[in-house]
Write a protein that binds this ligand. Structure first.
Ligand code: HPA
Length: 286
């Protein structure tokens, strides 16, 4: 079946299983952030497994469902509670399938979150980092192959892959909350191994401030579709070789848990601010 038909089936299913029409945006909840979805009003929950053509999330700490609800009155968004990682073995086009389906329902912006290792010395565990830009080091691209012209152009511009107006909103909200928000370049690698210390030295030389195994495919697909993107990383650990101890998924999950409340407050503030400026998406891409 062609992608367009698959997306139509998936988006029709979602539409038929929620009270909300015209979703304004998509929020991708990274490690440990799933509970954020509970803050939405009038929420409808749809298990990924029920949605036609959706992949099924396998990684520990990621529930697999879509939560569609209001982030502000009359401003519905879809939260992805659990995301699909390239390292799970899906084709990279499958990783971006949910986002593409939600775009069919009107989503104009993507707020993507993740856990990442800090390379830049100031990015210590527990720091929140605004993604200023990224390096795609996944060795793959979700737009590879015949271009789905109905979604976007063959050669999308990535000069402002992360929206300047959305970054400005995030910084203002962080400041008003008295919350520290650093900024930096996120390097996306395929995983699932953590990096070697030599790879971290290489990434630092290449201009990376933080490293992770997600986000880049979604951000590319979002830009392809003309969406505005905001990305925020929770630095859960110092990258390999920068601290005396070894890396573990447990450390990542524990730091994400400790940072959760601060992260949720920031997301809530940002989304309220976005909701207050519905014309934003038009400004952003012009
Ligand atoms: N490397 C890659 N991915 C990660 C890391 C890391 O150090 N921490 C959390 N996700």
């Amino acid at each position: 079946m062609f992608l367009q038909e698959q997306l139509s089936e998936a988006s029709a299913f979602i539409k038929n299983n929620t009270r909300h029409s015209a979703i304004q945006g998509v929020v991708v909840l990274g490690s440990g952030l799933g509970d954020f979805a509970d803050t939405l009003s009038n929420a409808d929950v749809i298990e990924y497994a029920r949605i036609p053509h959706f992949p099924v999330s396998t990684v520990q700490g990621h529930a697999g469902c879509l939560v569609i609800g209001e982030i502000a009155p009359g401003f519905p968004a879809a939260c992805m509670k659990g995301r699909f990682h390239y390292y799970e073995g899906y084709g990279i086009d499958k990783v971006v399938f949910p986002l593409r389906a939600l775009r069919q329902l009107g989503a104009e912006f993507l707020l993507v979150t993740n856990a990442a290792g800090g390379i830049q010395p100031e990015l210590t565990p527990g720091t929140l980092m605004l993604i200023d830009d990224h390096l795609n080091l996944m060795g793959d691209n979700p737009l590879k192959g015949t271009n789905p012209d109905f979604l976007g152009p063959r050669f999308p511009d990535m000069t402002e892959a992360y929206s300047k107006p959305l970054k400005a909103i995030a910084s203002q909200v962080a400041e008003s909350q008295g919350a520290a928000l650093k900024s930096g370049v996120y390097a996306g690698l395929s995983g699932p191994v953590y990096e070697t210390p030599a790879e971290i030295r290489m990434l630092r030389t290449l201009g990376a401030d933080a490293v992770g195994m997600s986000t880049v495919p979604e951000v590319i697909a979002a830009n392809h579709m003309g969406m505005s993107v905001l990305g925020i990383s929770c630095i859960t650990n110092q990258a390999a070789g920068l601290s005396p101890h070894k890396l573990s998924h447990q450390e990542v999950m524990e730091t994400a848990e400790h940072t959760r409340q601060r992260f949720v407050n920031l997301l809530t503030g940002i989304l309220n601010q976005i909701a207050a400026q519905p014309a934003l998406s038009e400004q952003v891409r012009s």
